[in-house]
Structure formats: C-alpha cells, structure tokens
Design a protein around this ligand. Sequence first.
Ligand SMILES: [Ca+2]
Length: 242
Amino acid sequence: MNTKTQVCLKSLAAFILCTSPLLAQSPPGFVLGERSLQLAIPDWDPSGVARNQYVTGLDARVPYDLTVRLVIEGTAFGAFNGDYYAYLRHETPDGLESEIAVLLNRVGRTAGSPSGYSDSGFEVSLSDAASWDIHRYQVALGGGVDSAVVGTWQPDGRRVAPAVSFDTSPRTALLEPLGRMDPNGAWTLFVADLEAGGTGKLVEWEVRGAPRAIVPEPEGWALLLLGGALLVITRRCQRHTR
Ligand SMILES: [Ca+2]
C-alpha cells in the first residue's frame, strides 16, 4: 500500500468518524398495542370492544408512517368478515385534536353483495402504502380464502355508516392524518360485529410508527454537504490509487 493510498484511507476513516453522530440522529419509532388477547367480539352488537393505550415521551414534531396489525380469529362456527367494523382513533394529550382511521367497514360489501365477504378472520397489516384496499381483498386474491385473510392491505378508509358502506364509498379516513399528529396521547382500537351469525375474537392489535422521510431541515442540508465532501474524497482517492 503506497503513502497516497494510506492518506486516502485515513481521510475516509476520519470522515466517517466525524459524521457518524449526525447519521445516528434519526428519531426512534414507536410500537403500541396488545398481543395474546382472547377478547370475544359480541355478535350483532354495535357497542363492540374498545382497547386503549396512552403514550407519553415521544417527540411531538416527528411525523410517522403508521402500520396497524390486526388479528381477529373466528370462534364457534367461524367469523364472517363482512360483519366487522373497526377503527383506530388517536387523541392528543390536550384533547384538542383527534382523528379516526377506518380499518374495516364491512369488507366485501357492494350494492350487489350487501353481506360482504364470508371468510373467517383477519391476520393482516394495514398500511396506506400497500397496493390493495382491504375492502376488496377477494378481487386482489381472485376469490375467497380457506381461513383468515393474511398480508398487508390499505385500510378500508370508508368513513360512512356501516349500513351504507360499499366498495364505491369515498375513502377519506386512512392512516396518514393520524401519523401527522403529536403521537403522544390516547390510542384506541374499536371493533364491532354488526350482523347476526358468525363470531370472532380480538387476538392482537398493534400500531407501529416509523419516522417519515421528510424534506431535509438545516441539519439535513449539512448532511448533504458532508455527502458531497465524501464524494470528493472518494474521487481523489480513486485518482491517486490508479
Ligand atoms: Ca356476526
């Protein structure tokens, strides 16, 4: 290894050491929810079940991309997926701001099929970034499923009364607005079974927030400048080592 190569390697090592504190400044994400629940969802009962968790200590300025994990298992003769209405609600600590994301709103319901899908249960993740609307999952899958529907789907998002929720209803209640709020405060999952026959239980719910990629603030521009400096050092090294 010649002297110039050694100088280049030392420069690169010094650069990495100097910038590593800046690169480590990404804020952490958060996870909340409950696992291993065996909570019966009362059949044909709009009062449903609600689970609450209260969050403190997170940076109020950071926007998050949210993913919701939802597991509903059939009981007795199995669940009927088209029976369910579920939402996630978030309220800030001062109680002045709240938003709802509609997770399920009678999946499969259309004007010609008002009962919705008859599959039994959900083992799904819900994310605005997914490819398909969970309300129409059988269209994506080419038919029904043998047991619970799995995979990652867009939330239903239809903020309309469940009695008039159809595939054509507007989807105005996705997860993105909740991710823009101060993440501290109350998070509530609500699930109800709105038709007789077909029963299930809530087994798991989880809300996962990943810091959203944003336009660089001044600190971000500093990183870009450092990236440029790294490029210059690398090119000089390449020239010297040829
Ligand atoms: Ca039912």
